[in-house]
Design a protein around this ligand. Structure first.
Ligand SMILES: C[S@@+](CC[C@H](N)C(=O)[O-])C[C@H]1O[C@@H](n2cnc3c(N)ncnc32)[C@H](O)[C@@H]1O
Length: 202
């Protein structure tokens, strides 16, 4: 199992804030590319990946969207159809279906709740998870000791929140995919590839 935590300070926290212009909708386009990079292989959806998305944009931050899509069973009953074209609709529907005071499973394997970035990271840390921050100044991921069931944190176009970063560095290990600054989705693709190669004994 591998997990990613994508933090976006601009991604909207209400369904009606996602409009046709995805870039103007709090850069939800970046969140969509992140979902694609996390789950999609050619002709296959990854079943070993969970994606947490913290949306901290207007109007009612924060929201924690957790995606661990069910891939078995009948579409429309046991699972939903996940395609590159319908991700904005899925995210929008999840935001609409937020229920105060509980973690709501909107579709099989798609939950939403009110939870902030640090709260989520602290919770996972208390569970004893191995957490890494994706940071170009970190240790080269090709050489890093990546423990089983790792969790990787990354930011949107504005990066990770500076205030929280100090706390994060105390509980997470910074790892880098190289000296250049990549898109969030590109970073996930590289990390997925690195983990795939290790699993495949390459
Ligand atoms: C587009 S970048 C963020 C750019 C933002 N202006 C900043 O300075 O943080 C999105 C995220 O991808 C990850 N990332 C980008 N390049 C990386 C690299 N070379 N190594 C590790 N992570 C990287 C970081 O987590 C970053 O927050």
């Amino acid at each position: 199992m591998r997990e990613f935590i994508y933090y976006s300070r601009t991604a909207p926290t209400a369904g009606h804030y996602i409009k046709e212009d995805l870039q103007a909708s709090g850069r939800i386009d970046i969140a969509i590319h992140t979902v694609i990079a996390a789950f999609f292989l050619s002709h296959k959806i990854r079943t070993d990946t969970k994606l947490h998305m913290i949306f901290a944009g207007p109007p009612t931050p924060p929201r924690h969207l957790e995606l661990f899509p069910v891939t078995e069973g009948i579409t429309g009953e046991d699972k939903i159809y996940l395609s590159k074209k319908n991700i904005s609709t899925i995210l929008k529907r999840m935001l609409y279906k937020y229920k105060e005071g509980r973690k709501n499973e909107v579709f099989p394997g798609y939950w939403i709740e009110k939870k902030g970035f640090l709260e989520l990271v602290n919770e996972l840390n208390k569970e004893g998870k191995n957490i890494y921050i994706l940071d170009s100044d970190g240790e080269d991921i090709r050489k890093a000791d990546i423990k089983p069931n790792p969790i990787f944190i990354l930011g949107d176009h504005k990066g990770l929140p500076g205030k929280e970063y100090k706390r994060l560095k105390k509980i997470c290990i910074p790892v880098s995919i190289g000296k250049r600054m990549y898109f969030a989705s590109q970073t996930i693709a590289v990390v997925n590839n690195e983990l795939d190669r290790r699993e495949d004994g390459l």
